[in-house]
Design a protein around this ligand. Structure first.
Ligand SMILES: Cc1cc2nc3c(=O)[nH]c(=O)nc-3n(C[C@H](O)[C@H](O)[C@H](O)COP(=O)(O)O)c2cc1C
Length: 159
């Protein structure tokens, strides 16, 4: 909380989103597609996110995270501040889950105008929280692609 208090952009974001429901382990269980969006912390997954991932051991043990379609997006303050590494670090846990990682690659034009991170859409934000690249189309494409692949997986498993 003291970290949030020290940054006006974080405080504004906290106030604007405090009624957004927090994800639970139940949500991971029922979802066919899961899209993570995280900031980098020293080129790595934020500890809060990691802490949540570390509570998924029970679901993992029961095989309930296998074959989920998963994808990740990331933000950082610098253009080369560790975006790619952060997404890849998150995907390591996904591989352990047995999830199917749906990276955007260069499957759509939108990748190019958003900086061309093939692992997951990434954005550079300044200290006021202003985004430096136009990522809206890339986010939409990545989300649609993840849901489409989730549909394929589900269909294939039923057939
Ligand atoms: C502890 C800490 C480490 C960070 N490390 C990096 C970094 O290595 N590279 C970078 O570009 N930005 C770094 N940032 C900036 C965040 O990635 C940036 O604040 C974030 O992308 C914006 O989302 P947020 O408001 O949720 O933090 C760091 C921020 C914090 C608090």
């Amino acid at each position: 909380m003291s970290a949030i208090e020290s940054n006006p952009a974080w405080k504004a974001h906290y106030e604007a989103t405090k009624d957004v429901p927090e994800v639970s382990l139940d949500d991971l269980e029922w979802a066919d597609a899961i899209i993570f969006s995280i900031p980098t912390r020293f080129g790595n997954v934020p500890s809060q996110m990691k802490q949540f991932l570390d509570t998924t051991g029970g679901l993992w043990f029961q095989g309930k995270l296998a074959n989920k379609a998963v994808s990740a997006m990331v933000s950082a303050n610098n253009a080369h501040g560790g975006q790619e590494q952060t997404v890849l670090s998150l995907y390591t846990t996904m591989y352990h889950w047995g999830a199917i990682v749906v990276a955007p690659g260069y499957t759509d034009e939108s990748a190019y105008k958003s900086g061309g991170n093939p692992y997951g859409t990434s954005v550079t934000v300044d200290s006021e929280g202003n985004m430096q690249e136009d990522v809206k189309d890339a986010v939409m494409h990545q989300a649609k692609r993840t849901v489409t692949v989730a549909g394929w997986i589900k269909q294939g498993m039923q057939g």
